[in-house]
Design a protein around this ligand. Structure first.
Ligand code: HEC
Length: 140
């Protein structure tokens, strides 16, 4: 490991520590729970494996669901999605279609079907398993 790399690792470490002690609970957010720094970072990286779904996700849902400042349930933030899933998939698809809170109608995907919305929610709510697979692949 060269010096630049070591300094970068140190920097990442300190950012992680800062993330742990930061109290985000007072922020005005649509999220019920507070994501950890790791959850925030992972959300930015997740992409559906299916190519067509990945394109839709990238041009619509990802704009908000991958970035904590958008105040949308983060992709891969399973605990937050579990609360949403308790409403039932039919309600979640309808809320996506009509818009809810800070989310515009259709989640900005105007050519999406209800089946697409269902698949996108499935992906965002369960992205942890996919991430684990990616990390394992990289570690080889
Ligand atoms: C412009 C930002 C934005 C985009 C684009 C967006 N969302 Fe959202 N989404 C939000 C926000 C903000 C919330 C939280 C709404 C709330 O609970 O007040 C949300 C919540 C949701 C929920 C939970 C709704 C509920 O009833 O709890 C689902 C499901 C959802 N989004 C699906 C999608 C899908 C699928 C896409 C892509 C097709 C998408 N969103 C695109 C901002 C966005």
């Amino acid at each position: 490991m060269n010096t630049a790399c070591k300094s970068f690792s140190l920097l990442v470490f300190f950012i992680l520590m800062a993330g742990c002690s930061e109290d985000q609970s007072t922020e005005n957010t649509s999220q019920v729970l507070t994501p950890t720094f790791e959850t925030i970072m992972a959300a930015e990286a997740f992409m559906p494996e299916d190519e067509r779904l990945a394109k839709i996700y990238d041009r619509s849902c990802r704009t908000c669901h991958a970035f904590v400042d958008a105040e949308a349930p983060l992709t891969g933030f399973v605990a937050e999605w579990d609360i949403r899933l308790a409403k039932g998939m039919t309600t979640l698809v309808a809320n996506t279609r009509h818009g809810v809170g800070g989310m515009p109608a259709m989640g900005t995907c105007f050519d999406c079907s209800d089946a697409d919305f269902n698949a996108l929610v499935d992906f965002m709510a369960t992205a942890t398993a996919i991430a684990t697979a990616i990390v394992t692949e990289d570690a080889k």
